[in-house]
Design a protein around this ligand. Sequence first.
Ligand code: GAR
Length: 197
Amino acid sequence: MSGVAPLRLAVLISGNGSNLQAIIDAIAAGTLNATIVCVVSNNPDAYGLERAQQANIPTHVLNHRNYKQREDYDAALQSLLEPFQPHLIILAGFMRILSPGFVATYAGRILNIHPSLLPKYPGLNTHEQVLANGDKEHGCTVHLVTADLDQGPIIKQARLTVLTSDTLESLKQRVHSLEHTLYPQAIQQFSDQLITK
Ligand code: GAR
């Protein structure tokens, strides 16, 4: 990877930001050739904002409660992101649906991590559904964002075997750990593909 300019990432969060932390750590460890140009949260209380500040990354809060229409929020988000000239928009627990206009602006350049083996279980409460259905396998997916929720092309997945002893909490934690390895790897893989195209 030496000699290749680091990919400019804008990371969008809504909460804890443990995936953001994994990306920060992978960059620091040299396993992900990228730089995070800004972190944006729709939630002013997101702990991920503190994680970003600790790493000296510029942060912005864009509170969705101040916007009546999704399109208005997304237009403001686009204006906020533009000066940072991100190559990729990284959704890391950003719990908002992006409007088709925003997705079109960054077509093929928005990645999301989702806590299921898509196409299984798009949307919310994935771990609950895995347990309720007695699934033997579970995991997480990094995919490209398109206008259809959790339906974009899959970039990389990680899987685990559901244990008979698993509870909702243990399953959630085990998937989270998988995510922290998967997301930086998937971003690097996607970036390598962009460069060789
Ligand atoms: C992660 O488990 C991520 O997969 C999920 O939110 C969590 C955020 O955790 N995202 C979605 O469900 C998106 N549909 P984090 O804030 O600790 O990274």
